[in-house]
Design a protein around this ligand. Structure first.
Ligand SMILES: [Zn+2]
Length: 574
């Protein structure tokens, strides 16, 4: 491809609406253009990247016995009503009506459609297991889509659904997909981690892992063990309770005046006690019920864990100051667990009962209790692991201090169990002629998101640095001058030669200054650049530069094609 012919409108300025780096670079590098909020056109270079990721995904899915199909984007509401998700999916579901007022949605995911297919076509255990997948656009009506391809309203996903006879079969399918995902991200040239994750709202019985592309800009915090292979999303990371030294108080609890001292920070300073001796008391509301949540003062609440502990409320939130006043008779800063109303459920993190001597709010304006003992002074109804993991804590598996990294979620593997097969009646007859529900799993990869994540992970001040396996083209040839006949002749020869070797090559034949061409080549992020100028060519040499390392060397013109080919082959090895 010749750059003069290529629709690749690069920009020097950072587009105003782009908030994240991958979005800025994709617009500047002429890869995408916004159609409307959260909806993008993929220009030719971006589509090449997308197709390459898809090809890797397809190969690995097929290698594990996956069968590709294509499900409809437009899905009838009836199926979503059968599964119960029409009512609970909320505003993120794009809903529409046809001319007969029949309701539909644009699929954000395809569990309903695929389960409907399988219940119609599968009769016998002999037809199982089935691993069915597609690569297709998905839709999600984000409130504020503003992160480019990282969080669009229309995006490309690969979703595979497994149907097995039993849990053991599901475990096998899950393992296959887990392995396939590891290969996919490694083959894309990305640094990633598979982390234990929270089951969240998809609702399932079994385990789940998220695949994170590591990047400082990632929105997920991940803890991992440098010693064993343990890694988890902090939302999920199990904490071991830590008991601290301390002596129980000699006397009874005492009420102390703490005028206008409301935060853990302030109380710690005001009473000159460490935060580890304070009890953080939070009144929460979920599903029209109120809960008092207790944590040690130096800990942060993990709302995901709280939500799970309470059975998964959709909208768990802190109670309003009015609710606090109504239930406990004080402002939020003075809430505490002592003598709370009998009907109020008190839920504590595992570390709270281990506290020997604690300070807590007195449910009275401007007062706290000191010298309380949890087992003596207040009621705790239920105890759970409710806190956030902190970096440096010991690995639960091997005891080595955990480290923290940030990641972008690009894939998830998930054991669904029989949630959808039961709701929609997807059954089969087993060896004994008994009817059983299919046991399902679902496995997603954000294909367009992976492209954005690759950029978040691989870039510098000059632009994108594509990993070779997913680069739009592998090599660019830049003639320094388009006037020198010998240069032009050599460039054309090399262009042909590389094409014959199967190298994906572009030739920047534009009548532009060399500096402009170099800037564009760096911005777009071609892994290899061959520069041909009159001076070096007079000595029979051209310049070969690797985008990733910036390493530049002079190579005899007759050897450069072979060297390019070798570098590419090495980079594609897996
Ligand atoms: Zn470990």
């Amino acid at each position: 491809m010749r750059v003069s012919q290529l629709l690749n409108p690069t920009l020097r300025e950072v587009p105003a609406e782009a908030e994240v780096l991958s979005h800025q670079l994709m617009v500047r590098a002429g890869l995408i253009r916004k159609s409307t909020a959260g909806v993008y056109t993929y220009l030719p270079l971006a589509l090449r990247v997308l197709r390459k990721i898809e090809a890797i995904v397809r190969e690995e899915m097929d290698a594990k016995g996956g069968q590709e199909l294509l499900l409809p984007i437009m899905q009838p509401a009836e199926l979503w009503k059968e599964s119960g998700r029409w009512a609970v999916y909320g505003a993120e579901l794009f809903r529409l009506q046809d001319r007969h007022n029949r309701e539909f949605c644009l699929g954000p995911t395809h569990e309903e459609i695929i389960t409907d297919l399988v219940r119609g076509e599968v009769r016998s255990y002999k037809q199982l297991p089935l691993l069915l997948y597609q690569i297709q656009n998905k839709y999600r009506d984000e409130r504020r889509p503003r992160f480019g391809l990282m969080r669009g309203r229309e995006f490309v996903m690969k979703d595979l659904y497994s149907f097995d006879r039993d849990e053991a079969g599901l475990a096998e399918s899950y393992q296959k997909m887990f392995e396939a995902y590891c290969r996919i991200f490694a083959r894309c040239g990305l640094a990633y981690r598979a982390v234990e994750a929270d089951a969240g709202a998809i609702g399932g019985t079994g385990g789940t892992h998220e695949f994170m592309v590591l990047a400082d800009s990632g929105e997920n915090a991940v803890v991992y063990c440098p010693e064993c292979n343990y890694a988890a999303n902090v939302e999920k990371a199990e904490c071991r309770p830590q008991a601290l030294e301390g002596v129980p108080p000699e006397g009874q609890r005492k009420l102390v005046l703490t005028p206008d001292v409301k935060t853990i920070e302030d109380i710690s300073v005001f009473l000159a006690v460490p935060k580890t001796t304070l009890v953080k008391s939070l009144l929460y509301q979920g599903d029209q019920k109120l809960f008092l949540v207790l944590l040690r003062g130096d800990r942060a609440l993990n709302e995901t864990k709280l939500n799970n502990a309470l059975g998964g409320f959709v909208s768990l939130q802190l109670a309003s100051p009015e609710e606090v006043e109504q239930i406990l008779g004080c402002k939020p800063g003075f809430v505490g667990p002592v003598e709370v109303p009998a009907g109020l459920l008190v839920i504590a993190d595992e570390e709270v009962p281990l506290m020997k001597r604690a300070v807590c709010g007195a449910n009275k304006a401007d007062y706290h209790f000191v010298d309380t003992v949890p087992s003596r002074d207040f009621r705790i109804d239920q105890v759970f692991d409710l806190r956030m993991m902190e970096p440096g804590e010991a690995c639960l598996k091997c005891g080595v201090p955990l480290q923290e990294a940030r990641g972008i979620e690009v894939g998830q593997v998930f054991k669904l169990g029989t949630k959808y097969s039961k709701a929609l009646g997807a059954t089969f007859l087993d060896e004994n002629g008994e009817e059983r529900f299919c046991v399902m799993g679902c496995y997603g990869i954000g294909v367009s998101r992976s492209m954005a994540a690759a950029i978040e992970q691989n870039h510098d001040d000059y632009g994108i640095i594509w990993p070779m396996p997913i680069a739009p083209y592998q090599c660019i040839i830049v003639p320094v001058s388009t006037k020198d006949a010998f240069v032009v002749e050599t460039v054309e020869k090399l262009y042909l030669q590389l094409q014959r070797l199967g190298v994906e090559v572009v030739l920047d034949d534009r009548d532009e200054r060399a500096g402009v061409k170099f800037k564009d080549a760096d911005l777009v992020g071609y892994p290899l650049r061959v520069t041909i100028g009159s001076k070096t060519l007079a000595n029979g040499q051209v310049e070969l530069r690797e985008r990733k390392t910036g390493e530049t060397k002079l190579v005899p013109v007759e050897e450069v094609a072979a060297q390019v080919k070798i570098i590419i082959e090495k980079a594609l090895e897996y």
